[in-house]
Design a protein around this ligand. Structure first.
Ligand code: ATP
Ligand code: MN
Ligand code: MN
Length: 303
């Protein structure tokens, strides 16, 4: 683990063959984060991030003129002039359909930066095993007036329920307004079962504490409740990747945390492109150390 962390230090950053054109192009004006700044951020996090973005179908949020520009495309398919380091792949369930996108290495990630991809949203599966997801993402979406402590409490509540099913739970900030609780799975169960499990978690949370939790998106806004968004877990659905930047003011990122770090000291957009290198330097190990080693098969059970 120590060796793994040393590899993230400046001495040993990955290099890319992909040429950045206009490296000074501004992506986040208020923070002054440029194309080159974003590429440098990804070089710092690459070794921790790679398992969550490599060899997965991707949906990409592209903002060619940065977050203040007018163009904003949520893309699942190739675009004109797309760099060769971004793969086009055929969905085995849609062989005649438009191809999907994947990256396989750091060059692919830099190619995304070059194309003004400011958010990366993978499927919860790898292309080695399309029909068998390897993670469940529970997305905690607080209504406008929900105190942050309650969002933290909801994450712990989910953790307990997930662990009660014999599975592991990891937490990350969304980089937006909430938290994501992520469970690694051995890729054994299919999409229906995995989404069913996620829905069961959300339903049981809201049934046991309907004052705090909602399992349906309708009326989630301004309800004062937390929507337990389980809908990231169907085939073709996505959630923002661990370590992905967010195309919102602040240049926040979705940051994996150790559970002990989940306090009121930090908020959902606390970690950013700017402050992450200092965070990595201060860490003694990967905050999601052992994520894939903790994967267990989803048990079939009556729900
Ligand atoms: P927050 O904490 O603000 O809820 P989030 O990442 O959980 O942040 P959103 O960015 O609102 O939530 O996105 C919700 C989900 O919908 C994401 O996981 C994403 O993969 C997907 N998504 C985002 N934008 C689009 C879009 N334009 N079309 C389809 N799906 C989208
Ligand atoms: Mn959310
Ligand atoms: Mn959501």
């Amino acid at each position: 683990v120590v060796r793994e962390m040393e590899q993230t230090t400046a001495k040993n950053l990955p290099k890319s063959a992909v040429q950045l054109t206009h490296p000074d192009r501004i992506y986040w004006p208020d923070e002054g984060v440029t194309k080159e700044g974003l590429a440098n951020y990804y070089a710092q996090v690459w070794r921790l991030m790679a398992p969550y973005v490599v060899n997965r179908p991707l949906a990409l949020l592209r903002l060619p003129d940065g977050i203040s520009g007018h163009q904003r495309f949520f893309q699942k398919h190739a675009w004109k002039g797309m760099n060769d380091h971004i793969d086009e792949i055929t969905d085995p369930k849609d062989k005649g359909g438009e191809k999907l996108l994947r990256i396989t290495d750091f060059d692919g990630l830099v190619a995304l930066v070059q194309s003004a991809v400011l958010e990366i949203h993978p499927w919860g599966t790898t292309t080695n095993n399309w029909e068998k997801p390897d993670m469940v993402t529970m997305d905690l979406d607080p209504g406008e007036d929900v105190p942050w402590e309650n969002v933290i409490a909801a994450a712990y509540e989910l953790k307990e329920r997930i662990e009660g099913e014999g599975l592991a739970a990891f937490v990350k900030t969304s980089g937006g307004k909430g938290l994501h609780v992520v469970t690694p799975l051995e890729p054994k169960a299919g999409w229906e079962d995995v989404k069913g499990f996620a829905k069961w978690l959300a339903d049981s949370m809201s049934q046991d504490d309907p004052e705090r939790y909602l399992a349906t998106a309708t009326k989630a806004k301004r309800s004062g409740k937390i929507f337990i968004d389980y809908l990231r877990n169907g085939r073709g659905n996505t959630a923002v990747a661990a370590y992905s930047a967010r195309a919102r003011p602040g240049a926040a990122v979705s940051m994996p945390l150790e559970w002990s770090e989940l306090t009121t000291e930090i908020g959902p957009a606390y970690f950013t492109v700017d402050n992450t290198p200092a965070r990595l330097d201060a860490l003694s190990k990967d905050p999601w150390d052992g994520f894939f080693a903790a994967a267990k098969p989803l048990q079939k059970r009556k729900r």
